[in-house]
Design a protein around this ligand. Structure first.
Ligand SMILES: Cc1cc2nc3c(=O)[nH]c(=O)nc-3n(C[C@H](O)[C@H](O)[C@H](O)COP(=O)(O)OP(=O)(O)OC[C@H]3O[C@@H](n4cnc5c(N)ncnc54)[C@H](O)[C@@H]3O)c2cc1C
Length: 354
C-alpha cells in the first residue's frame, strides 16, 4: 500500500498551482499528484490562456487581483512562458459605469479599438486601454510548474483514479491496480466532474460542463498586435505569437458536454457564429476564421470558481467557468485555507503563507 500525506488528483493548471502552494506550505509532507494522462494536457492544453484583470463579482475581482500578483511573481521565479500584452476593451459608450466596475485598473479612454490595426471603435462604442494583461501557453505552464517540483513531489502520470474510498484516510484506487492512501486529497479534475469516482460527491454542487470554442484566423500577428476584448459579446481577439495566428474566442452556449467526447475542432455552426460576431467589429477578419479549437470546462451555478470541502480532508477545487488559468492562484489559496480548516484530520506542520 502506497501512502501520502496529501494527494492532488489532476495535473492541469489548477492541480499544478495547488501542488506548488502545498509544497511551499507543508515542507515536510509527502505529496503525490495523480494524473490520468500527461500533466497539462486536459482543458489547460486547449486554453487561450488570457489573463485580464476583471471580475463580474466582488469575490472574482479579489481573486483576480491576487492571481495577478501571483502570476507576475511566479513567472519571474520559474521563467514561465507568459507574455505581457497591450489590451483594449470595447464596449457601448453608455455602459461606461458598468465597465469601470468590472475591470480593475481600467486605463484611459481611446478612440482606437484595434482589431484590424488602427481601426476606430465602431459607432456608439468606446474603447479603454486595459493595463496588466498577459497570455500564456497554459499546458506548458502547468508542466513547467510540476517539472520544477519533481524530486520534492511525486507526479504519477498515466494514473487514473477509478475509485475513491472514504475512511479515516482516503484510499484512491488507480486503473493500473495500485492504491494510494492519503490523509488529505484535493480533487482538481477540470471538466471531468462526472467521473464515477466522485460524481456523487460533487452532485450537491450542481456543476455543469459547457463547451468552449475559439476560432483560429489565418492572419499572422505583428509583434505589437494588441488583445481586444469585446465586452458585451464576452469575446476577445488575441494574437497568439508563439503559434503564429490570431485567435477569436466568443461565447458558445452548448451545455452538458463530456470532455471524453466533445469534438476537438469547430463545426460549421461554430465557424458561422464566430464569423457573425467578429464581422460586427472587423468584417475583413471574419472571413479569415477557417478553423479552431473546442473543448469544455466546468461551471458553477454562481459562475464563480468553487473550492468546497466534500468531507474531512477532501477538497474539490475548480469549476472556474472558462477562467481557470487566470484564477488558478486564488483557487489554490482558497484550497489551502480549506485544508487547514479540516480539523478532523491531524494537522501537518504548516509554514506561514508567503
Ligand atoms: C478553448 C478554451 C479557451 C480558454 N481560454 C481561457 C482563457 O483565455 N483564460 C482562462 O483563464 N481560462 C481559459 N479557459 C479555461 C481554462 O483553460 C480552464 O479553466 C483550466 O485549464 C482548467 O484547469 P484544470 O486544471 O481545472 O483542468 P484540466 O486542465 O482539464 O486538468 C484536469 C486534469 O485532471 C485529470 N483527470 C481527470 N480525471 C482524472 C482521474 N480520474 N484520475 C486522474 N486524473 C484525472 C485530467 O486528465 C486533466 O489533466 C479556456 C478553456 C478552453 C477550453
Amino acid at each position: 500500500m502506497n501512502r501520502a500525506d496529501i494527494a492532488v488528483v489532476g495535473g492541469g493548471i489548477v492541480g499544478a498551482v495547488v501542488t506548488h502552494e502545498l509544497a511551499a506550505a507543508y515542507p515536510g509532507a509527502d505529496i503525490v499528484v495523480l494524473e490520468r494522462g500527461l500533466a497539462g494536457l486536459g482543458a489547460s492544453s486547449r486554453s487561450a490562456g488570457v489573463h485580464f484583470p476583471r471580475g463580474a463579482t466582488e469575490r472574482v475581482r479579489a481573486m483576480t487581483a491576487y492571481s495577478h500578483r501571483y502570476w507576475r511573481e511566479l513567472a519571474a521565479e520559474l521563467d514561465l512562458p507568459l507574455r505581457a500584452i497591450d489590451a483594449v476593451v470595447v464596449a457601448p459608450a453608455d455602459r461606461r459605469d458598468a465597465v469601470r466596475t468590472i475591470y480593475i485598473r481600467l486605463g484611459r479612454e481611446t478612440t482606437a479599438a484595434d482589431p484590424a490595426r488602427g481601426r476606430p471603435a465602431p459607432i456608439g462604442m468606446t474603447a479603454w486601454t486595459l493595463p496588466g494583461c498577459h497570455y500564456a501557453d497554459v499546458g506548458a505552464v502547468a508542466q513547467r510548474i510540476l517539472t520544477t517540483l519533481r524530486g520534492r513531489v511525486a507526479v504519477w502520470e498515466g494514473s487514473e483514479v477509478v475509485t475513491l474510498q472514504r475512511g479515516e484516510d482516503t484510499c484512491l484506487v488507480l486503473r493500473h491496480g495500485a492504491e494510494l492512501r492519503a490523509r488529505r486529497v484535493v480533487l482538481c479534475p477540470g471538466p471531468w466532474i462526472a467521473h464515477p469516482a466522485w460524481a456523487k460527491l460533487l452532485a450537491p454542487l450542481d456543476l455543469r460542463v459547457k463547451k468552449i470554442v475559439a476560432a483560429h484566423l489565418e492572419a499572422v500577428p505583428d509583434e505589437d498586435h494588441p488583445l481586444t476584448v469585446f465586452h458585451d459579446e464576452d469575446a476577445f481577439l488575441l494574437p497568439v505569437h508563439h503559434r503564429g495566428h490570431l485567435l477569436f474566442s466568443y461565447t458558445c452556449d452548448v451545455w452538458d458536454v463530456s470532455p471524453d467526447t466533445v469534438a476537438p475542432g469547430l463545426g460549421p455552426a461554430d465557424l458561422d457564429d464566430a464569423r457573425t460576431v467578429l464581422a460586427r467589429y472587423a468584417p475583413e477578419l471574419a472571413e479569415r476564421c477557417r478553423s479552431g479549437r473546442a473543448f469544455c470546462d466546468a461551471y458553477s451555478p454562481q459562475r464563480e470558481p468553487v473550492v468546497a470541502e466534500l468531507g474531512p480532508g477532501l477538497v474539490f477545487a475548480g469549476a472556474a467557468g472558462g477562467s481557470g488559468y487566470r484564477l488558478a492562484p486564488a483557487i489554490a489559496a482558497d484550497t489551502l485555507a480549506r485544508l487547514d480548516s479540516a480539523s478532523a484530520i491531524p494537522s501537518l506542520q504548516r509554514l506561514p503563507r508567503r
